[in-house]
Design a protein around this ligand. Sequence first.
Ligand code: HEM
Length: 430
Amino acid sequence: MATLAPAVLPPEIASAIVNPVAYGEWNGIKEKFRWARDNMPVGLVQAEGYMPFWAITRHEDIMTVSKDNARFLNAPKSVVLGPIAVQMLTHMITGGSPHLVRSLVTMDAPEHMDYRKLTQSWFMPKNLASLEEKIRGIARASVDTMLATGGSCDFVHQVSALYPLHVVMQILGVPHEDEPLMLKLTQEMFGGEDPDLNRARSVELTPEQVTQFVIEAVRDFEGYFMKLAADRRADPKDDVATVIANAVIDGEPISDRNAAGYYIIVAAAGHDTTSASTAGAMWALAKDPEQFARIKADRSLLPGLIEEAIRWTTPVQHFMRTAAEDCEIGGQRIAKDDWLMLCYVSGNHDERVFPDPDRFDASRGPNRHVAFGAGVHQCLGLHLARLEMRILFDELLDRIDSVELAGTPQRASSTFVGGPKTLPIRFVPS
Ligand code: HEM
């Protein structure tokens, strides 16, 4: 039986869920999510400055909502949490759309599948197998860079922020010299809430200022990709940029806004996320010499390390959905047009599915994490992310004998894409 009265989350839980700093601090938000899972797994968040929304915190409910793509839509409202002021600004700038960027994650059926099919085969295991040697070469070069530091480095700055960036830009077709620009714009777009990553490098930003900087980053991305698209129309190559530039749906070329959004999602989703889980894996190994030695000696454990790193880090911390009709989730009534947050951090720490969820256990199995989402929007790049990480750690474990933390790592302050932004390590080369 559905509860009639809405379950409203206590203010301290609600304010943490919308607070980027809480995700940077990490342990507190995990505790708050645990309370929500135990006491109010589908709880209404009423936080100052935000439209009310339902926080879905149990693994089972996140899966149910993610897979029911007819009832829980991506297009009607923003797929990323933002304050009302930001939503109003976005409406104004786009001429009425809730989305600053129009991409796969903001589309519903049938349009979504038409667009997804354009590039899907590029990211499937068969095609990736043909890229494996090239990716291994990039991984080796990344490990060379790390070893050249002589025994201590910031793993995020020197390795994990750059390696997945280089891989995905090669697939997309962005020249190597433009990668620093891609990294900067991605961090400004996803890291608008973090003083170390946003455009102004400032703590004291209003939500409107944050949005303004995110908008500027999006504009720069669009300008860059429109030039790339023109180039690939004139001079097609064997890359994803060419596929998007020349894409035709229902006999019509796709619009500039849709092409730009497609480039942006592949460019941005394709590296910051994988960088975060790569750094997460290194963090865990640096804290646990026994686990490091076990995996170094037995590489059949690598897939387990990768999957656990993705769960434990949860680089994408939420996505939003909008209810298409009145319905019920976890015994709670949800009305048509209600906004829902899929709290992946919480789902990936749900004790009902993951015993001792805070523990990093590379031999955890099964590891049915929700870090890649589920349903028709499930991450397009999940095979690529796993492959990149497996190859990097395979190379890396050949070349170092031990690793430890050389300082306190810091996580990004962000409600959306998060994970380590610094990871000081000391290592002994083999
Ligand atoms: C979608 C996570 C790596 C491209 C998503 C979603 C999540 C996610 C949670 C939304 C799923 C949903 O709504 O159900 C991650 C994580 C990654 C990662 C944790 C790394 C560990 C990548 C890579 C690419 C990529 C390497 C490169 C192409 C995309 C795209 C979508 C997406 C294009 C939109 C798919 C759609 O809406 O149909 N990702 N991702 N991601 N991801 Fe990833």
